[in-house]
Structure formats: structure tokens, C-alpha cells
Ligand binder design. Structure first.
Ligand code: NAI
Length: 331
């Protein structure tokens, strides 16, 4: 039998946490033959509720779940973890300035970075979900200098999956037959959902999405804004933000990272820019990636037309601005 993998979920008493921990315990994240030990962190006001989640995990009698650590102590939470999913953060409340929210999250991610650096297992993979996800991941990277930058990522897989979903609904086909959409940039409304390299498996072979949809005005307009605004549409409908889809996307992100992407398929991950596609180096930016042997690689050589170029630059500008704001909170 395999040794259990320790998976940390921060903010585990929250909405996404409640959807995510049972998925992890069922093997959705790391595979149906991989035992896991869950580490759940939240803050003291949520301690009782966190303990309730732990009770339910016991009650669910998951065969793969070999242990649960539920704690408000960040060191205990981080000790020995192989995978860290950072969902905890400070939400923007009505009337709060952007800088105040940033400042709260910068201080959370700074201290959690140090705890992970000191206490996590070597080669721990980190996924930041909490918003502003890209910039929180960047702060985490800065304050955990001994964690290699290839091990730190931000979640844009939800946006990626939303794009797949929109194409599948439009063409009335299975979502599993659509692949290679790309989310470029920030997990925010400036992200660029790009279908220029996306394809569909049809009985007559693989066809470009652009050819099958055959409506550039929809693809360049409503499709993009629907994906960009989907988070807000879910809040409007549910009066709560996306949780089951966010949890599912976090599992997809880690599963592909650890176990690999299928041949010929790429996915979107927020990763540290090396300057690929003329995206400024040193931002956490969502790129198309393939994964093998536990490592991601940015897909190279895709053609970028003028329409796309502007959108890649716009979301990079927003990220540079967020980065400056975050740094101004540090001083
Ligand atoms: P929530 O408010 O239900 O849960 C957040 C939890 O984090 C709470 O239990 C809170 O007590 C905890 N928390 C706060 N500060 C903490 C700290 N310092 N350490 C540990 N835990 C802490 O929020 P929800 O809906 O679960 O969303 C979580 C985050 O994920 C939000 O920032 C949200 O904006 C973001 N999000 C990101 C998505 C993405 O695609 N990247 C998609 C959906 C949500």
C-alpha cells in the first residue's frame, strides 16, 4: 500500500473547504488508490465549526482517509504537508478599500509562507485559491525563498473549466470532447479566455473550436465576457460565491500537476512567469501548461494574434499594478 500523502487545506471551515475536503478524502485530487491525511487550518473564531467538519469527515468513513488534523495553529497545520491548498484569506467587505484588503492578505500570506517554508515536506506543492490569488501566490513565493518557484501556483483552472463548459453548451457536445482553451493572466475580470488553439473531438476527427462555432463575434465578445463575469453571475444566483466548482477545479489542478496532463492536452495554471509570450517575468500569470513527472511546463510556440496580444498585455498590466500595491503594503 502507498504511504499517505498529507494535504493541507487552509480556510477549511469555509464554503470551498466544505466542498473540497470530501473530494480529497474520496481520491478526486490524488487518485483512487492514494491514501491521504488531511490537515485543516482555520482561525480561532471558526474553530468550533472546523471541528464540526472534522466530525463529519469521521462520520463519512472514507476508506482513503488515514487521519485528520484540525487546528488553528499554523505550524501544526503546515508540518510535513506534501500538498498545500491555500483557501483561507480575508474577504473584501462592503466599504473596504482595495488597499486594506490587500494589506490583510499580504500579512496572512507572508506568515503562512514562513510556516510552510520551515515545516512543510521537501518539495511541497502549493496552490493558492484565495483572492487575489495570483498576488497572494507571489507574496507566498517571496516569503518562502527556499520553496522553489516551480512549486508555487495560483488557481485559474476554474476559469479554464468555465470556458470548456461554455463551448460545450454552445455546441451541444460533451465537455470532455473540448480541450486546449487557455486562460491568460489574472484570476479576475481582466483574464483572457482564448479559444484560438482549442479543439473538439468529433466523429470526423479533431476540429478547431473557431471552425465549429463559426461565429467570431460570439467568440470574441459574449463568450469572453461570460467567462470573465461568471463568478459574479454565480454570486447573483446563489447569494454565495462559487464553491463546488472551485473545489472541483482545485482537485483538477493538483491531479494534473501530480499525475500529469493527457497527451496532447494542456490546462491553465497561474505560475511564475519566465518571460514566455513577452509576459513580464516575476508575475504569477496564468499560462497554458502541460505537466509530467510532477512538473509543469509552459506550452511554447502558440501563435498570438493582435486581438489576443492586447488582452494578454492588459491583464499583465493589472497584475503589475496589484504587485506594486502588495509591495506598498509590505513597507
Ligand atoms: P469563506 O469565507 O466561506 O471561507 C474562507 C475561510 O478562510 C473562512 O473559514 C475563514 O475563517 C478562513 N480564514 C480567514 N483567514 C484565515 C487565515 N489567516 N488562516 C486560515 N484560514 C483563514 O470563503 P470561500 O467561499 O470558501 O472562498 C475562499 C477564497 O477563495 C476567497 O478568497 C475567494 O475569493 C476565493 N475564490 C477563488 C477562486 C479561484 O478560482 N481562484 C474561486 C472562488 C473563490
Amino acid at each position: 500500500a502507498k504511504d499517505p500523502v498529507r494535504v493541507l487545506v487552509t480556510g477549511a471551515a469555509g464554503q470551498i473547504g466544505y466542498a473540497l475536503v470530501p473530494m480529497i478524502a474520496r481520491g478526486v485530487m490524488l487518485g483512487p488508490d492514494q491514501p491521504v491525511i488531511l490537515h485543516m487550518l482555520d482561525i480561532p473564531p471558526a474553530a468550533e465549526s472546523l471541528n464540526g467538519v472534522k466530525m463529519e469527515l469521521v462520520d463519512a468513513a472514507f476508506p482513503l482517509l488515514k487521519g485528520v488534523v484540525a487546528t488553528t495553529d499554523v505550524v501544526e497545520a503546515c508540518t510535513g504537508v506534501n500538498v498545500a491548498v491555500m483557501v483561507g484569506g480575508f474577504p473584501r467587505k462592503e466599504g473596504m478599500e482595495r488597499k486594506d484588503v490587500m494589506s490583510k492578505n499580504v500579512s496572512i500570506y507572508k506568515s503562512q509562507a514562513s510556516a510552510l517554508e520551515k515545516h512543510a515536506a521537501a518539495n511541497c506543492k502549493v496552490l493558492v485559491v484565495a483572492n487575489p490569488a495570483n498576488t497572494n501566490a507571489l507574496i507566498l513565493k517571496e516569503y518562502a525563498p527556499s520553496i522553489p518557484e516551480k512549486n508555487i501556483s495560483a488557481l485559474t483552472r476554474l476559469d479554464h473549466n468555465r470556458a470548456l463548459g461554455q463551448i460545450s453548451e454552445r455546441l451541444n457536445i460533451q465537455v470532455s470532447d473540448v480541450k486546449n482553451v487557455i486562460i491568460w493572466g489574472n484570476h479576475s475580470s481582466t483574464q483572457y479566455p482564448d479559444v484560438n488553439h482549442a479543439t473538439v473531438i468529433t466523429p470526423a476527427g479533431e476540429k478547431p473550436v473557431r471552425e465549429l462555432v463559426a461565429d467570431d463575434s460570439w467568440l470574441n465578445g459574449e463568450f469572453i465576457s461570460t467567462v470573465q463575469q461568471r463568478g459574479a453571475a454565480i454570486i447573483k444566483a446563489r447569494k454565495l460565491s462559487s464553491a463546488l466548482s472551485a473545489a472541483s477545479a482545485a482537485c483538477d489542478h493538483i491531479r494534473n500537476w501530480v499525475l500529469g496532463t493527457p497527451e496532447g492536452t494542456f490546462v491553465s495554471m497561474g505560475v511564475y512567469s519566465d518571460g514566455s509570450y513577452n509576459v513580464p517575468a516575476g508575475l504569477i500569470y496564468s499560462f497554458p501548461v502541460t505537466c509530467a513527472n510532477g512538473e509543469w511546463k509552459i506550452v511554447q510556440g502558440l501563435s498570438i494574434d493582435e486581438f489576443s496580444r492586447k488582452k494578454l498585455d492588459l491583464t499583465a498590466e493589472e497584475l503589475s499594478e496589484e504587485k506594486s500595491l502588495a509591495y506598498s503594503c509590505l513597507s
